[in-house]
Write a protein that binds this ligand. Structure first.
Ligand SMILES: Cc1cc2nc3c(=O)[nH]c(=O)nc-3n(C[C@H](O)[C@H](O)[C@H](O)COP(=O)(O)O)c2cc1C
Length: 263
């Protein structure tokens, strides 16, 4: 296995960090690697916002589903899908000053492209960090509570907070932690046409999940039915409902239905 593949295979989410700061030159190497990420049309449809203020980190603990380790992370970066920079640039350049050719607003397709850019940038940072001995963990809950995050970071309408990433040197316990399991390749890899979930494949999923949660299942209401258990724990959980509410507000802002046409 080459070094890059080793980095990929050894990575695991790290949620407890040594109480030491990440040296500036390490941060610089990570950011420089991020800037080399592939990006749609070479437009760099993302921004990175460093959350250095401890008060803001502490607030994020609460707004991101009470995840205390955010407040203890030595380095926290917010990855933003960003069409605002280009929209502003087009306006400054006078695009749309001709009434026959108005400046169009970024649409949902543009947002998706910007999200691709921002997530690829985030993953580059995760792998670069791993290669330098720095652990990391994504915080998807940043998509919740948009109204609070919008104010906290002064986000304009064409900026979508797609993910937060916490970084730090892993504690000894985290270094020893086992990597988390993955579904079998046959569930994920399709060839030429989409393979729907057959009963056999569903059984593979079910027994895989059972083996992962064996210890906890007995305490759960839906003892051996992993579908019902996962549905309640993830898909129909309160944090997922909040995420969907919050993303709806972001989309309304993006589409302009909350802000009028002049933003
Ligand atoms: C988009 C995304 C959002 C995530 N959000 C969270 C989160 O809010 N809190 C958390 O502890 N881990 C979060 N994770 C980490 C996953 O739980 C983790 O990647 C998964 O359990 C697999 O474990 P591994 O990264 O150790 O292989 C997130 C990962 C991704 C890719």
């Amino acid at each position: 296995m080459n070094d890059l593949l080793k980095t990929i295979h050894q990575r695991k989410s790290v949620r407890a960090y040594k109480r030491v700061p990440i040296p500036e030159d390490v941060k610089t190497q990570i950011i420089d690697a991020v800037l080399r990420s592939p990006t749609a049309g070479n437009l760099m449809l993302y921004s990175i916002l460093e959350v250095a203020d401890q008060k803001k980190k502490d607030a994020l603990v609460m707004t991101c589903d009470n995840q205390a380790f955010i407040g203890r992370a030595p380095w926290v970066l917010l990855f933003l899908a960003d069409y605002q920079r280009w929209y502003d640039f087009y306006q400054i350049a006078g695009v749309g000053s001709d009434v026959n050719q108005p400046l169009r607003r970024p649409e949902v397709g543009d947002l998706f492209l910007a999200c691709c850019d921002a997530m690829i940038a985030a993953q580059t940072s995760v792998l670069a960090a791993q290669s330098l001995g720095v652990g990391s963990c994504y915080i998807g809950d940043i998509m919740e509570n948009y109204e609070t995050h919008q104010k906290m970071f002064a986000l304009p309408p064409f900026v979508f907070p797609i993910t937060l990433v916490c970084y730090g040197f892993p504690t000894n316990q985290q270094q020893k932690k086992r990597r988390s399991p993955r579904f079998a390749k046959e569930l994920i890899l399709h060839r030429n046409t989409y393979q729907g979930l057959t009963e056999d494949l569903a059984e593979i999923m079910n027994s895989d999940l059972k083996s992962r949660f064996a210890g906890q299942l007995l305490q759960e209401k839906y003892n051996s039915n992993m579908g019902q258990l996962m549905y309640n724990r993830k898909f129909n959980s309160d944090f997922t409902k909040e995420m969907n509410r919050s993303v709806k507000v972001i989309l309304e802002n993006w589409r302009g239905s909350n802000l009028g046409d002049d933003c």
